[in-house]
Design a binder for this molecule. Sequence first.
Ligand SMILES: O=C(O)C1=C[C@@H](OP(=O)(O)O)[C@@H](O)[C@H](O)C1
Ligand SMILES: C=C(OP(=O)(O)O)C(=O)O
Length: 430
Amino acid sequence: MLKYINIKPIEEGFKGIVTIPGSKSISNRALILGALSEKKVILKNMLFSDDTLYMIEGLKKLGAAIDISQDKKILTIEMKPQETLPTCELFIGNAGTAMRFLASYIATKKGEITLTGNKRMKERPIKDLVGALENLGVTIKYLEKEGFPPIKIISKGVSKSFVEIDCSKSSQYLSSLLLSGSYFKHPLEIKIKDTLVSKPYVSMTLNMVKDFGGNITFDENKNSFFITPKKFTLDEYTIEGDMSSASYFLGAALIGNGTITIKNFFKNSLQGDKDFLNILIKMGLEVLDEKEKEITVCGKHSYTAIDVNLNNTPDVAQTLAVIGLFAKGNTIVRDVANMRIKETDRITALNNEISKLGGLFLEEKDGFTIIPQDSYHGATIETYDDHRMAMSLALAGLKIPGIKILNPECVSKTFPNFFEELNNIYNREE
Ligand SMILES: O=C(O)C1=C[C@@H](OP(=O)(O)O)[C@@H](O)[C@H](O)C1
Ligand SMILES: C=C(OP(=O)(O)O)C(=O)O
């Protein structure tokens, strides 16, 4: 286990080329859709990281034949035809998508399956999804604390045709039902109670279900989704590069006033986090070149702050917080209360670590403000087993000497070779 990594400041005007990995969100959706499919599915540009490996191991235990070619980033998946799933326990670490998406997948069949995870996963709520599945006729028992994993799902399949769900804490509950709903026995109406957070992830789900052969419509007046039972028959699916992972290198170019080419960057991405590029353009980032799967961006000696609502894209809020340290003016991030129930309480974690650098961080219940200071100093950064704390605070080290990132291997949740790629931006391209 690597205990820490020192980040070296970078010279302005640097040039680098990096490659980002496949999208976590798309990889884990494609695995569920592949497991539901009638035949073998090939997934290309697949992400292999903790979150997808927990999903892969879980699906294997449930009966999937999965072949992996890690260097080619290809995976094939074919689920054994079976009415009843093998009785087992699935450990899914702290992979929110795996925990939530598997719950509805299990409900498409008969079986008794326990879903559990690490200490933090046991503090992340799942009650609204469990309640919806119970209302659909699935029996679910909390094995420790009411409302949280571990849960035991006792399923006989879903035969009801209407459910209401509260998605004000996580959009993953809705995506879970939408991903597997085509394999419930009857047409299903899912009515959204309250506000839906992280909306673009639901659009991503709808797009992918459609690509696999599903039929889901949305009625705006009723605030309801309608799913028709369908069989999936797609042969092959290509995973996009991960736009949340790209945020660190877009940010590095701006903070470090350098030029970075990002490969595996999908211009027409399904991911809401692609909008981070537009946020940074407003702050001063310049796009030098854009191809279908590659972008080259360039920073500025000085850039402006921004006031932005990140409810649609909470995963880039930490990147923006660190970029805000060096902006002209105060950067304000609004409407991101659910950052507090992710890998760690991310708002408090940012406050702790940014304060250690000499930064001024104003913490709100559902957001924060970064007030830039004339100077900062190095510090030893705690990462709270949160990949995004490690990756975003590493960016501060491009400017501030003496930054040490503790437990850097937590990046393996979504971007196992992040620090190797970060190293690539120091190697000047001639
Ligand atoms: O559906 C998804 O793939 C995700 C949805 C978001 O979670 P919430 O809906 O809980 O905000 C996001 O933070 C997470 O990293 C991935
Ligand atoms: C919130 C995240 O993950 P999860 O899928 O575990 O919710 C994340 O990757 O930032």
